[in-house]
Design a protein around this ligand. Structure first.
Ligand SMILES: Nc1ncnc2c1ncn2[C@@H]1O[C@H](COP(=O)(O)OP(=O)(O)O)[C@@H](O)[C@H]1O
Ligand SMILES: [Mg+2]
Length: 270
């Protein structure tokens, strides 16, 4: 990362899908939050509350219908241009006809990075997710957990200022997820990347995040923001800490109510 530290600010953002139709969906309403540079912020909330939508807005793929998105340089406090971003989606989205190395190098190739540098950077990213020795395999020859690590390597190799993760481990079994959570936690700690993590797992949010933003059922609003001060590195052992249990219960209490509300909204077809 060469660029200065930049915070991503969401200001009174609202988003309505299908505003011109007779069945508009209010996905987000008056959402204000800030993603601090070098920190991991988790977005947690019931299914359909607009988490992915908020990530798409941060990424610049969707424009809010109200409010705005700002990038603020920390040192000067002034507005600046969009920092470099990379995304890890839940569906691994790997190219099946490319090897692991080629998949990871793909974005660099597009960016016109010369071959020698490209391969060196791709190998480094592959090593960072512990996939040494698998460079020449194809996605179909890998387990789900390994494929998702390739997905993470593919984002890391771009050396983004901001890393967006949309339920990156949602499709994996619980044990694999735990291992990857520990790995990702180390990676974000050492890289100093700003990370925005969408998750529906309270455990994942507490293990990875510096701050957790809890969202309400649709229309998504910010219900609470909680700082996580548990020491790092965090691991499975962290889940046995008394402070972990307190945080977990607090977030679970909020989510439980919101999930019930979300179920009612769904059953009413609102
Ligand atoms: N392109 C779209 N067109 C219409 N409605 C959408 C679109 N994308 C998402 N939605 C709706 O907006 C709401 C929020 O979706 P999403 O951000 O995907 O939720 P989450 O990621 O929290 O599960 C949901 O009700 C969803 O059905
Ligand atoms: Mg989603």
């Amino acid at each position: 990362m060469t660029s200065p530290a930049v915070a991503v600010e969401i200001e009174s953002v609202g988003l309505v899908f299908g505003a011109q139709t007779d069945a508009p969906t209010v996905a987000l309403q008056d959402v204000s939050c800030r993603f601090e540079p070098g920190k991991v912020t988790a977005l947690i909330g019931p299914s359909g509350c607009g988490k992915s939508t908020l990530l798409q807005i941060a990424r610049g793929f969707l424009n809010p219908t109200q409010g705005r998105l700002r990038f603020v340089e920390i040192a000067s406090g002034t507005e600046t241009s969009r920092p470099a971003m990379a995304t890890v989606w839940q569906a691994f989205n790997l190219f099946p006809w490319l090897t692991v190395l080629e998949n990871v190098a793909f974005g660099l190739d597009l960016a016109g990075v010369p071959r020698v540098e490209r391969d060196a950077r791709a190998r480094k990213a592959i090593a960072a997710v512990d996939l040494n020795g698998f460079e020449n395999r194809f996605p179909r020859q890998l387990s789900g957990g390994m494929r998702q690590r390739v997905g993470i390597a593919r984002a890391l190799v771009m050396e983004p200022d901001v890393l967006l993760l949309d339920e990156p481990f949602g499709a994996l079994d619980a044990q694999t997820r735990l291992v990857l959570q520990e790995q990702l936690s180390k990676l974000v700690e050492t890289s100093g990347t700003t990370a925005i993590l969408v998750t529906h797992s309270i455990e994942e949010a507490i293990l990875l995040a510096d701050r957790i933003i809890v969202m309400t059922a649709r229309p998504g609003r910010v219900c609470d923001q909680i700082d996580v001060s548990l020491p790092r590195p965090r691991s499975l052992a962290t889940t046995h800490e008394p402070q972990y249990a307190v945080l977990f219960d607090r977030i679970y209490g909020m989510l439980r109510d919101e999930v019930m509300r979300a179920m009612i909204i769904e059953s009413e077809g609102a």
